[in-house]
Ligand binder design. Structure first.
Ligand code: ADP
Length: 435
C-alpha cells in the first residue's frame, strides 16, 4: 500500500498558485478582449466620424466632398452617400448652369426685369432696368424698392397692385431721370413656393409714343392745311355763283381760286415726296453718281426768274469733281428747297451763295443767304413737318412748311447731316455734309 502525502503548506501554496494563474489568465483574456473590442470599435467609429464629417462638409455646400471607402456595411453606406453626392453635384451644376443661362437671357433682354419680395427686397434687378430707371437709391444688392427713389416707387405701386389683385397689371410711367422716357410696366404676381412677390417687365416705349404723337399731329396738320385752301376755293365759287359781278372782280376771284388750287397742288406734291422718301422708295436703278455741281447750277438756273423778281442775286462756288451716289431727282429736290427758301426769305438787294466743296472726308454743300434769318429758338424745330417760324409770311409766299422736312429726309437717306447757322436780320446758312 502506497500512500502519498504532502505537507499542508505546499497544498495551500499550490492552490494559491492555481488561483493566481487563473486570475492572471482571466486578466490576460480580458486585456485581449478589450483590445479586440477597441480595435473593432475603432474600425467602425473612425469611418463613422469621417462619414459624419463628410456629410457636414457636403451640407455646407462643398459638393466635391466624398466619403472614403469603408469596410462591410459601412462600405455600402459610404458608396450610397458618394453616389448621392455625385448626383446632387451634377444636379447642382446643371441648376447653376441653367441659372446662368436664365440670368444671361434676362440681362440680354431689351426690356428691364425687376422682381421684389413682399417686403420690397429686390429679388432681381437687371442692368437694363437700372439703365432705364437709374441706379436705385440705397443700393440694389441688399436694397429695398421702398428706398429706391421716385422712379422705383412708381414701379412699386404697380407691383403692389399686381400682388394685391393676384393678376397681371399693365401701367405706363413717365420718368425724367436719368433721361426723359415713357416706360411701359407689365407687372405680374410671383407665386414662389415660400414667399409671394411680384415681377415687372419694363419696356422703353418713348420712341413709339413719340411716333404715335407725330403721326396724329401730322394727320391733324394735313387736315388743317388742306382745309384752308379748300374753304377759300369753295367760298369764292359760292360768291361767283351768287350773282352778277364786274369782270375785274370776277377775274380777281378766279385768280384767288387759282392760287389756292396751286397751294393744294404744292401741298399734295410735297406730301407725296415726303412719303416716297420716308418709304425709301428710291428705285435702285435711279441711284447713280450725280455731279453735285451740275445739280446746283441747274437749280440756280431754274430759280433765276424767281430770284430776279425778288431782287436777289444767286452766286455759286462749285467744285465740279464732286459726285454723290444718289437719285438725281432727290438731289434736285434738296437743292431746290434750300435755294428757294434762301430766295423766298430774303430781301430786295440780297444775295444767295451756293457752294459745293470737299472738306477732308466730307462733301459739303452750303446755301447761305442775306435774308431775314431765323431766331435761335426755332433752329431745332424748322426741320419738323409743317413747322414755320412766321406762319402768315410762309403762306403768303406759297410755303407748305414741308420743304426743310423733305431736305432733312433726303440728307438722312444718304447718311448725311444738316445744320443751320442763323441770326435774325443777318441771314441764314444751311450746311449739308455727306460722308
Ligand atoms: P416753308 O414751306 O414754310 O418755307 P420749310 O420747311 O421750307 O417751309 O421751312 C420751314 C420754316 O423755316 C419756314 O417757314 C421759315 O420760317 C424758315 N426758313 C426756312 N429757310 C429759311 C431761310 N433761308 N431764311 C429764313 N427762314 C427760313
Amino acid at each position: 500500500m502506497l500512500r502519498a502525502a504532502m505537507p499542508m503548506t505546499r497544498v495551500v501554496s499550490s492552490r494559491l498558485y492555481l488561483a493566481g494563474a487563473a486570475v492572471a489568465g482571466m486578466l490576460v483574456g480580458l486585456g485581449v478582449a478589450a483590445a479586440a473590442v477597441r480595435a473593432l470599435v475603432r474600425r467602425v467609429s473612425r469611418p463613422m466620424e469621417e462619414m459624419s464629417e463628410a456629410a457636414r462638409s457636403f451640407s455646407e455646400g462643398r459638393y466635391e466632398t466624398r466619403m472614403q471607402p469603408a469596410p462591410a456595411e459601412l462600405g455600402r453606406l459610404s458608396d450610397a452617400f458618394n453616389e448621392m453626392a455625385d448626383r446632387l453635384a451634377r444636379t447642382y451644376a446643371e441648376l447653376e448652369e441653367n441659372n446662368d443661362k436664365l440670368a444671361g437671357i434676362l440681362q440680354g433682354m431689351d426690356d428691364g426685369i425687376l422682381a421684389t419680395a413682399p417686403d420690397g427686397r429686390y429679388l432681381l434687378l437687371t442692368d437694363r432696368t437700372r439703365h432705364l430707371l437709374g441706379n436705385p437709391a440705397g443700393g440694389w444688392e441688399e436694397g429695398n424698392i421702398n428706398d429706391g427713389g421716385p422712379n422705383y416707387l412708381l414701379i412699386r405701386d404697380i407691383l403692389r397692385s399686381a400682388a394685391a389683385t393676384h393678376a397681371p397689371v399693365r401701367g405706363e410711367i413717365h420718368v425724367t431721370i436719368p433721361e426723359e422716357r415713357v416706360l411701359q410696366v407689365f407687372a405680374t404676381p410671383l407665386h414662389a413656393p415660400r414667399e409671394e412677390g411680384a415681377l415687372a417687365v419694363v419696356s422703353d416705349v418713348t420712341r413709339l409714343r413719340r411716333l404715335e404723337q407725330v403721326r396724329s399731329e401730322f394727320v391733324a396738320n394735313v387736315t388743317h392745311e388742306l382745309k384752308t385752301p379748300l374753304t377759300s376755293i369753295r367760298g369764292y365759287v359760292e360768291l361767283l355763283k351768287g350773282g352778277e359781278r364786274d369782270p375785274q372782280t370776277t377775274a380777281q376771284f378766279y385768280e384767288i381760286i387759282e392760287i389756292e388750287a396751286e397751294r393744294l397742288q404744292a401741298l399734295i406734291d410735297d406730301m407725296l415726296q415726303l412719303s416716297e422718301i420716308e418709304g425709301n422708295r428710291d428705285d435702285p436703278g435711279t441711284v447713280q453718281a450725280v455731279s453735285l455741281a451740275e445739280v446746283a447750277a441747274e437749280t440756280a438756273e431754274r430759280l433765276a426768274p424767281v430770284a430776279e423778281k425778288a431782287g436777289v442775286a444767286i452766286h455759286t462756288e462749285l467744285d465740279p469733281t464732286l459726285t454723290l451716289r444718289a437719285s438725281r431727282l432727290r438731289l434736285e429736290q434738296l437743292f431746290y428747297n434750300l435755294v428757294e427758301n434762301a430766295v423766298k426769305y430774303n430781301q430786295p438787294g440780297g444775295e444767295v451763295r451756293i457752294s459745293v466743296r470737299r472738306e477732308r472726308k466730307f462733301t459739303v454743300v452750303t446755301v447761305a443767304d442775306t435774308g431775314i434769318g431765323i431766331p435761335e429758338e426755332h433752329h431745332d424745330r424748322i426741320f419738323e413737318r409743317f413747322y414755320r417760324v412766321d406762319k402768315s409770311r410762309s403762306r403768303q409766299l406759297g410755303g407748305t412748311g414741308l420743304g426743310l422736312s423733305i431736305v432733312k429726309h433726303i440728307v438722312t437717306l444718304y447718311n448725311g447731316d444738316i445744320s443751320v447757322v442763323s441770326h435774325p436780320g443777318q441771314g441764314t446758312l444751311f450746311i449739308v455734309r455727306f460722308p
